[in-house]
Design a protein around this ligand. Structure first.
Ligand code: ATP
Length: 436
């Protein structure tokens, strides 16, 4: 069955709610625009994404230093970098319904003007709207107590550049990496977790000599593509966009967006920017190049990834429907390393204590100890269990039946092919490890 892109998105959102991946924020109070809550399976998926990223870009390398900086920083940080003055989007307003839109999200009509999508009124001329969430620190109500929830994780890295150099004495080129929340008061949050007001970023600031920026820009372009492929995003839906000068952020001399064909259109998934020496200069930071015996300011290549956009790209890549004589089987074809649950263990019948005990003691408990992401599923009949596990992307369902009691073998059913295999209980760990 062919879904339209709109239907596909609706199915993904509905699956996320029904099966416990992502819920609307503050839903019982009517919902909060631009805020989403990750549930049990969504957290597992996000953790797998973040762990894969951290392993690939930090742990497996010798030139990367991790950070987990405070979200609150002194307001001078954001003044120095120009965020207080420039971190804004152009906003237009409808004089009738008072809805506000990001100017670059509204098409120009045939008459050469922008009209309100709700009521066709002519929209106002654009005003700059600063997207940082301001907040007050402490009990004093003066302007010096103003701070901002960080709109990017990058600055938490730059302000710790000196301390990191003093602590670890890294040689150029080297990088600092951080995963954490960022906040932007988006004018029009939309498209599920694609554009939210609170989201997670995975960012690297990679410090290089000025004359080497192009080499490392190309290097990280390849590294990013490799990781995108590794986690299982559909490469046929990835496109690179060279961002024009007028569309680039104020600190960037070159930016490539990695776009993805989301069900709601081709949009930015990740960005790769050459930030020059803008940030270190803004904070008055420098580096002593021991090789050359001189002070210098390194230049920066910044690969920037959104966790939440990764979640949708993965779900949209993985969502598959199979028509079996009019009966639709929906499943998430996620890689076993990324799937929230690696395998589900079931006794064939839940009212047979001998099956339940065998499944629990000899299969579930040992696998759970080894792999962690193992589920116990004895709800409904076997067909229903398979459907449920298919929908959440569990690669293998393991069933303990009456034969198991005599032959110590179980049925392992594959999510993608539906094929079933008898596997000795003693070989299960190896069976899964080989396929992970
Ligand atoms: P856009 O043009 O879509 O607003 P951006 O160019 O402002 O995005 P960056 O500043 O480059 O985004 O942020 C780096 C990454 O952080 C993005 O590639 C994206 O994955 C993620 N990101 C940015 N804004 C949001 C948001 N509002 N919600 C979810 N993820 C976001």
């Amino acid at each position: 069955m062919e879904n339209t892109q709109k239907e596909l998105m609706e199915k993904i959102i509905s699956l996320c709610k029904r099966r416990g991946f992502i819920f609307q924020g503050s839903e019982i109070y009517g919902g909060l625009a631009g805020a989403w809550d990750y549930a049990h399976l969504g957290v597992a998926l996000k953790n797998n994404i973040k762990n894969s990223w951290w392993k690939n870009f930090v742990e497996n390398r010798r030139d990367m230093y991790g950070m987990d900086a405070s979200i609150l920083m002194r307001q001078e940080v954001w003044q120095a970098t120009g965020h207080v003055d420039h971190f804004s989007d152009p906003m237009v307003e409808c004089p009738k319904c008072k809805n506000r839109y990001r100017e670059d999200h509204i098409q120009i009509s045939d008459d050469g003007f922008q009209h309100c999508p709700e009521d066709e009124e002519l929209l106002s001329t654009p005003k700059q709207f600063n997207m940082m969430f301001a907040t007050k620190i402490g009990a004093v109500e003066d302007s010096s107590a103003t701070s901002y929830l960080r709109p990017e994780t990058a600055q938490g890295i730059f302000v710790n550049f000196k301390n990191t150099v003093d602590a670890f004495h890294p040689k150029l080129p080297f990088g600092m990496a951080q995963i954490g929340k960022a906040f932007r008061n988006e004018i029009t949050p939309r498209d599920f977790v694609f554009r939210t007001r609170e989201f997670e970023q995975m960012e690297i600031e990679y410090f290089v000599r000025a004359d080497e920026w192009e080499k490392y820009f190309e290097y990280f372009r390849d590294e990013m593509l490799e990781w995108i492929e590794e986690i299982g995003i559909d490469m046929g839906k990835i496109h690179e966009l060279e961002v024009s000068e007028e569309d680039r952020a104020h600190y960037s001399k070159r930016t490539i967006d990695f776009e993805f064909d989301f069900p709601f259109g081709r949009k930015e998934l990740y960005g790769l920017a050459y930030r020059t020496d803008f940030d270190l200069n803004s904070h008055g930071l420098e580096y002593i190049d021991e090789e050359k015996g001189e002070k210098m300011v390194p230049h920066v290549i910044e690969p920037s990834f959104g966790v939440d956009r990764t979640v949708i790209a993965l779900l949209a890549s993985a969502y598959t429907e199979e028509d079996k004589d009019g009966d639709i089987r929906a499943y998430l074809k996620l890689k076993p390393s990324i799937a929230p649950i690696i395998c589900a263990v079931s006794p064939l019948l839940k009212n047979k204590p001998e099956l339940v005990e065998y499944a629990n003691v000899k299969v579930f408990a040992p696998l759970k100890e080894i792999f962690g992401r193992v589920a116990w599923d004895d709800n409904g009949n076997i067909g229903k269990r398979y459907r449920r596990q298919d929908e959440i992307g569990t690669p293998w369902c393991i069933v303990v039946d009456f034969d198991t009691l005599s032959d110590d073998a179980v049925t392992v059913r594959d999510r993608d092919t539906g094929e079933q295999e008898r596997v000795k209980v003693a070989d299960l760990e190896e069976y899964i490890k080989e396929r992970l």
